[in-house]
Design a protein around this ligand. Structure first.
Ligand SMILES: Nc1ncnc2c1ncn2[C@@H]1O[C@H](COP(=O)(O)OP(=O)(O)OP(=O)(O)O)[C@@H](O)[C@H]1O
Ligand SMILES: [Mg+2]
Length: 328
């Protein structure tokens, strides 16, 4: 057996054998606080603060296409409001100031209530009918002094019925009752289409007045760069520091920002993915510097093609062609 063959066999036995992958995965923890993220985060925190003292809670809606950072924002909020125990005269009570649940697909009141009860630590979250689950949920929300419930994947309500259909109306009505009963603030999170569910009914739209819409990061111009450049510069800094690299593609150069935009449409998830793939190519080749040809190879693997502005490789395109794509 040759040495190369042995390495391949070893890697097949252990699919996480590429040490570069484990090193690069440490970047998963990095959150770049770009302006839209800061606005949403601060806005939701303001809603929590208002809700704690007002007669009626202030609900929020956070929408954006896949990969724009919705769940990242939710996780940042959850970290700020960790669960903790308090000792009362006759019992120890678990406080859950914030919790996160996903809307199941397809959803019913029962499956949604079960998900919420599970996240609140109910020992038998699916025991009982929809009414008894809802009763238990309201009691637990009050007992755990929950300030905010984050309901992710709200667009799942649209999986099997559309806006205005009896099924979705029933679940929205249930949500309104939960808010009325407990006074808890709810933040609905999902794809842009789910905002229509909130707008359809004046009682829903009145309860969810604060809207935050995440978009792909734009390029701007070389004299007035958009948020994509700041995002790329911040991520590059983290790549270099965490992986101890000797060099990285210089995103102060507008051409490289244009190339990344054409390759990813400025979608944060795909930007991060492409940088990780290119860095893995560099490290696996025994180099400690990530260069444009690594981005070129990473793009040619097709991992960002679903969002790319062009099927031609932007890292080998002329500046003029790139600009013409950006103008479209
Ligand atoms: N502000 C950010 N800083 C660093 N990385 C980010 C940021 N926003 C998004 N990402 C990257 O994009 C990935 C996807 O982000 P996230 O899960 O928050 O998107 P999402 O909007 O919830 O997507 P989906 O609708 O598919 O659930 C993250 O794992 C991370 O790699
Ligand atoms: Mg998400």
């Amino acid at each position: 057996m040759t040495k190369n063959h042995m390495t391949l066999v070893q890697q097949m036995k252990n699919p996480i054998a590429n040490p570069a992958h484990a090193r690069i995965a440490t970047l998963d923890a990095v959150v770049v606080a770009h302006n839209a993220l800061k606005t949403a985060l601060e806005g939701i925190e303001q809603c929590i603060s208002w809700s704690a003292v007002s007669k009626e809670p202030r609900g929020a809606v956070l929408v954006g296409v896949g990969g724009t950072g919705k769940t990242t924002i939710c996780n940042t909020i959850l970290k700020k409001f960790p669960p903790h125990d308090i000792v009362e005269p006759h019992a120890m009570i678990r406080m859950v100031p914030a919790f996160f649940a996903s809307v199941p697909s397809p959803s019913t009141i029962k499956s949604l209530a079960t998900n919420l009860l599970e996240q609140l630590g109910d020992p038998s979250p699916n025991r009982g009918n929809a009414t008894s689950l809802t009763d238990r949920l309201c009691k637990l929300i009050k007992l755990c002094r929950t300030k905010i419930i984050i309901l992710d994947e709200f667009h799942h309500l649209l999986a099997e019925s559309s806006v205005g259909e009896a099924r979705t109306i029933k679940i929205c009505n249930w949500l309104k009752t939960l808010i009325n009963e407990t006074g808890v603030m709810v933040c609905l999170v999902g794809l842009p289409a789910c905002e229509a569910l909130v707008n359809h009914d004046s009682q829903m739209s009145r309860r969810f007045t604060h809207r935050f819409r995440l978009k792909e990061l734009s390029i701007g111009t070389s004299s007035a760069p958009g948020p994509l450049q700041g995002f790329l510069l911040a991520l590059s800094k983290e790549f270099v520091a965490r992986l101890n690299l000797d060099g990285f593609v210089d995103f102060k150069e507008h051409l490289h920002v244009l190339q990344m935009w054409a390759a990813t449409s400025g979608n944060p998830a795909f930007v991060s993915l492409l940088l990780k793939e290119a860095t893995s190519i560099a490290l696996s080749a025994g180099r400690n510097t990530m260069v444009v040809s690594d981005l070129d190879e990473a793009f040619s693997r097709g991992i960002t093609l679903s969002v790319a502005r062009t099927s031609t490789n932007p890292f080998t395109m002329s500046r003029q062609m790139l600009i013409s794509h950006a103008d479209k």
